[in-house]
Ligand binder design. Sequence first.
Ligand SMILES: CC(C)(COP(=O)(O)OP(=O)(O)OC[C@H]1O[C@@H](n2cnc3c(N)ncnc32)[C@H](O)[C@@H]1OP(=O)(O)O)[C@@H](O)C(=O)NCCC(=O)NCCS
Length: 187
Amino acid sequence: MATLTGEWVRSGSRLPLDIVRLTEADWRTLAEVRLRALRDSPAAFPVDCEKEQGRVPQEWRDRLADSDWVVARRETDGEIVGLAHLTAEPKPDHGPYPPAEVRYIESVWVAPSARRQGVSQRMIQALEAQARQDPQIRSLLLWVLAGNHVAWNVYQRLGFVPTRERKHRFYTSDATYVWERRMRKML
Ligand SMILES: CC(C)(COP(=O)(O)OP(=O)(O)OC[C@H]1O[C@@H](n2cnc3c(N)ncnc32)[C@H](O)[C@@H]1OP(=O)(O)O)[C@@H](O)C(=O)NCCC(=O)NCCS
């Protein structure tokens, strides 16, 4: 057998999962998983962790009432290993896209112990299915940190393509402005 000198990149087996859409009653779960995500991967999100920690219960409930949040629950032990968010929030930077025709994918995070097993893929597919239920929605958008190659790969693999839009966003984790790029998937 030929000797392989390249680096092994394990794709991993698919993890048995439930993808669960959270309701307002699940606000504690949202708060716990969101804060876990920010503590684990502060550099991936342009969010002030202290500000998130200071949110009151009603704010978490409001977030659940206003948009769709899913978690990935590992079947074997019930542990929540991922979080993702679909929102219509009309941002000042919605660009050339009519707000009623787009949804944003945000806050995608997978616990380190569950990575590279298709968890984010399955959460985003669930959110895409949710968006497709509204025939007005023509595309999914997201912003990704220019240097986050892993996330970039995940989104490309799911059919997102880079648009030409970029923005300089402040990341509190290291107090610098960083380039983000927009990706889009036509539905
Ligand atoms: C980015 C992140 C969400 C990916 O989640 P994940 O569940 O591990 O990703 P998946 O297993 O669904 O990967 C889907 C595909 O993306 C690509 N991919 C994922 N991780 C990769 C890696 N480390 N290296 C190269 N490609 C990778 C692969 O093509 C993979 O498919 P394959 O395993 O069949 O080859 C996870 O690494 C994470 O939480 N990172 C920290 C937070 C973050 O960066 N969030 C995104 C903010 S925009």
